[in-house]
Design a protein around this ligand. Structure first.
Ligand SMILES: Nc1nc2c(c(=O)[nH]1)N[C@H]1C(S)=C(S)[C@@H](COP(=O)(O)OP(=O)(O)OC[C@H]3O[C@@H](n4cnc5c(=O)[nH]c(N)nc54)[C@H](O)[C@@H]3O)O[C@H]1N2
Ligand SMILES: Nc1nc2c(c(=O)[nH]1)N[C@H]1C(S)=C(S)[C@@H](COP(=O)(O)OP(=O)(O)OC[C@H]3O[C@@H](n4cnc5c(=O)[nH]c(N)nc54)[C@H](O)[C@@H]3O)O[C@H]1N2
Ligand code: SF4
Ligand SMILES: [Mo]
Length: 721
């Protein structure tokens, strides 16, 4: 099952792989010499990535040989750890989790799963699909509610399934309008788009336009035809004013299966462009022009990402973006936005639930579940509930101490539990709090295929590769760890507590991920089987995205209702706040990502961390001067939640009034030493505020957080909210 054959001569071999690190799913070609990866290149024959790769992929070999990467299970003994056999470590987990469930019930065991799960077939088949049902707990949290939950909830509300995701048809569009998205650094998100730099050059070469709305002149904004600066957290008002302009102009052309234009007009009526201008900093003329340019383009696509998902009105922003595409006739049109139709179709095969919500709620704030998950902004308070309904935590490929808002509280809450088990290759700020760490094989030791992100890709392709390197008898894949955890818990589950599909789940747990993929491919009926995949190691190309509505809608009447209640209500609430004026003294905090980092991990690898430090708080030079600060100074950043010490950096690409800190920093090895000097810095999520979530979706607010920046620790008067 390894890819291309021998490069010829000696012990050097070329092997094809697929990068698991981000949504772009780049096809890779590894050179392996004497059991080590000596080079990584992009696979020019991959139909999606076409030879692209980014610096992170070149570190996959370093990741594998990293001496800090755990190879054997660790069991905590007081303040230290001992290596243990898999049997001993698993037995301990089964006993402790089993006892807690026997005494306190299934909900006493909570789960947090992180981003790498979604990129890993075994994470889906045996983690989400196997271990989670076996744990059978309502207390499931994940990175989704720190990320893409607004998208998923909008997909569910408009199209009937959380994974029916229209993505920009970037290769054919004439007009791409991006809100809060920086694909030249992130390689696209909720839009898997490798080689995006070339794709954007092609767009402009064929006479198309790229417009970026962002408080920062990002790489993507700098490459655009137009960059519109917006005050963080106010995009929803801008978008609703754009919709109003298009409706007022009488140029809305929604498809025949779209209902609710009249209701929409009523909802957006308060959003007059000049009213929105003072709030957002985007002039009325600009709002009107953005709307008219978008409506007039023959084929246009609007897309929004982290900047507009993880802000106060993330749900409204995503809803408005979809509505904008729909009312201009761009939804489901080549060159507009189209719903991918992958070879392994999780929607058509009902392999993923459509996305119910509100079946249960968090205890403290009453925040609703969506798709079986509670908002991670509530993780700390739920874990630390005085009645202790939750006693144990299972962490799968996640680092909530660094990635969830109020990370300091998450740390304390996790530390206060009776038992914690983590499946993770590293000792991190989170896993260090565990009683047992179970490390999986590295990314290059397993077969890789990304089934989930194929539902978000700008072309329908699929590719299975690997493993690049063998594993030893003592190493376990993620899926085997999830399987063994689940099987041990099954043995302890009394008959009365067994869920309805008990027997079937037992069978599925015992299949390998590849067998499950084979079944999924067959059920998807796209003409692709495991065999065809193995015969085409560069990938199978099912071609460009295609129109497929209304046939693929999962709404009860196969129609799209433009104004679902929750979004209409939220728009009315926002309308009531339109004339609020931002405090001119407050700064608004936003995040940022760097080309050579991946959320909170891989940043201990020298290849990726050399160069200028990235953990500094960037601010406009005028904002620094006003506080008596210059580049390089230490300062204190304070929000309603907390304070951190920062090193400031003057940035000329940020709008005045806006400051920026990346997440995933503030790393330390647990012995007081930072992982690498430049990773010191603060954990931004000790400043982001878990108390503030998007009221529609419960998603964390990472962008547009009101903060104060001072030379010294302020006397205790937190920033005005
Ligand atoms: N302030 C702020 N906070 C943010 C964001 C932001 O923009 N600003 N972004 C949010 C977003 S979009 C996301 S996705 C989250 C990420 O949040 P998380 O998913 O909680 O955090 P990661 O940093 O991705 O941690 C991944 C962990 O998985 C481990 N890991 C890596 N590969 C594997 C594997 O193959 N198997 C297993 N079992 N473990 C593995 C790594 O060692 C690491 O500890 O952070 C969110 N937090
Ligand atoms: N190199 C690298 N690539 C990655 C990752 C990584 O850590 N490193 N992480 C991956 C993950 S998990 C994800 S989810 C994706 C995220 O992919 P993206 O969303 O494309 O990446 P971000 O850098 O978070 O981009 C958010 C943008 O929103 C802007 N912004 C902030 N606040 C606002 C606002 O209020 N309004 C508007 N309009 N814009 C705002 C920011 O300036 C920034 O440019 O990236 C993925 N790819
Ligand atoms: S863009 Fe993403 S998928 Fe492609 S090589 Fe970089 S990290 Fe891997
Ligand atoms: Mo993410």
């Amino acid at each position: 099952m390894t890819g291309a054959g021998n490069a010829g001569g000696g012990k050097t071999a070329r092997r094809l792989g697929t990068c698991p690190l981000c949504e772009a799913m780049c096809g890779l070609e590894f050179t392996v010499s004497a059991g080590r990866i000596t080079s990584v290149r992009g696979d020019a024959e991959d139909p999606l990535s076409r030879g692209h790769l980014c610096p992170k992929a070149t570190a996959l070999g370093d990741l594998h040989t990293d001496p800090d990467r755990l190879r054997r299970p660790l069991i905590r003994v007081g303040d230290t750890w001992r290596e243990a056999s898999w049997d001993d470590a698993l037995a301990l987990v089964h006993r402790r989790l089993g006892d807690i469930r026997d005494r306190h019930g299934h909900d006493a065991v909570a789960v947090y799963w992180g981003n790498p799960v979604a990129h890993n077939l075994g994470g889906l088949t045996h983690g989400i699909g196997g271990l989670l049902p076996e744990l059978n707990t309502r207390n499931v949290f994940s990175a989704t509610s720190l990320d893409s939950r607004p998208h998923l909830m909008v997909h569910r509300a408009l199209y009937g399934h959380q994974l029916l995701a229209p993505v920009p048809d970037i290769d054919r569009t004439d007009h791409l309008l991006l809100f809060g998205s920086n694909p030249l650094v992130s390689n696209g998100s909720m839009m898997a788009v490798p080689d995006v730099a070339q794709r954007l050059r092609d767009l402009r070469a064929r006479g198309g336009r790229l417009v970026v709305v962002d408080p920062r002149r990002t790489r993507t904004a700098a490459a655009a035809d137009e960059h519109v600066i917006v005050r963080p957290g106010t995009d929803a008002a801008v978008l609703l004013a754009m919709i109003r302009t298009i409706l007022d102009d009488g140029v809305a052309t929604p498809a025949s299966y779209v209902d609710g234009l009249g209701e929409l007009a009523a909802v957006v009526a308060p959003f007059a462009p000049d009213r929105v201008a003072a709030l957002s900093g985007v002039s009325a003329e600009t709002v009107v022009r953005l709307a008219r340019d978008f409506a007039a383009a023959p084929r246009a696509a609007a897309h929004g990402r982290m900047g507009v998902s993880t802000q106060r009105w993330g749900g409204l922003c995503q809803w408005a973006i979809h509505v904008l595409n729909a009312i201009t006739g761009n939804l489901d049109r080549p060159g507009g936005t189209l719903i991918p139709h992958p070879a392994a179709d999780l929607v058509a095969t009902d392999s993923m639930e459509a996305g119910a919500s509100g079946r249960w709620r968090t205890r403290v704030r009453g925040l609703p579940e969506f798709g079986g998950e509670l908002p991670s902004a509530a993780l700390a308070e739920e874990l630390a509930h005085p009645e202790r309904p939750i006693r144990a935590l299972v962490v799968i490929a996640g680092n909530p101490v660094l990635s969830a808002p109020g990370g300091d509280r998450v740390r304390d809450a996790v530390a206060g539990l009776d038992f914690v088990v983590a499946v993770d290759p590293y000792r991190t700020e989170t896993t260090r709090l565990a009683d047992v760490i179970l490390p999986p094989t590295s990314a290059v030791q397993r077969e890789q295929v990304d089934v989930f992100h194929a539902h978000l890709a700008v072309r329908n392709t699929v590719r299975v590769n690997g493993p690049i390197l063998p594993r030893s008898a003592d190493e376990r894949h993620d899926w085997e760890i999830y399987r063994d955890l689940a099987l041990g818990l099954r043995r302890r589950t009394p008959r009365r507590a067994r869920h309805p599909r008990w027997w079937l789940r037992g069978v599925m747990l015992r299949l390998t991920p590849m067998r499950t993929l084979g079944l999924l491919l067959a059920a998807s009926r796209r003409g692709v089987s495991l065999r065809t995949l193995r015969e085409a190691p560069h990938g199978v190309d099912l071609g460009p995205l295609e129109s497929s509505l209304p046939a693929r809608l999962r709404t009860p009447d196969r129609r799209i209702r433009l104004v679902p209640h929750t979004f209409g209500d939220a728009a009315r609430t926002l309308a009531g706040e339109l004339d609020a004026r931002p405090d001119p003294a407050a700064l608004l905090l936003i995040g940022r990502r760097h080309l050579r980092s991946t959320n909170s991990w891989m940043n201990n690898l020298p290849r990726l961390t050399k160069g200028t430090p990235r953990h500094r708080l960037q601010a406009h030079v005028a904002d620094l001067a006003a506080r008596g600060l210059v580049d390089g100074d230490a300062a204190v950043l304070t929000s309603a939640h907390g304070s951190v010490t920062v090193e400031v950096e003057a940035a000329d690409d940020l709008a005045p009034g806006v400051v920026s800190l990346p997440h995933g920093y503030g790393r330390d090895r647990g012995d007081g030493l930072t992982v690498a000097a430049m990773l010191g810095g603060p954990n931004v999520n000790e400043v982001t505020d878990p108390a503030r979530v998007d009221p529609v979706t419960g998603t964390a607010v990472f962008n547009g957080v009101p903060v104060m920046l001072t030379r010294d620790f302020p006397t205790p008067t937190p920033a005005a909210d």
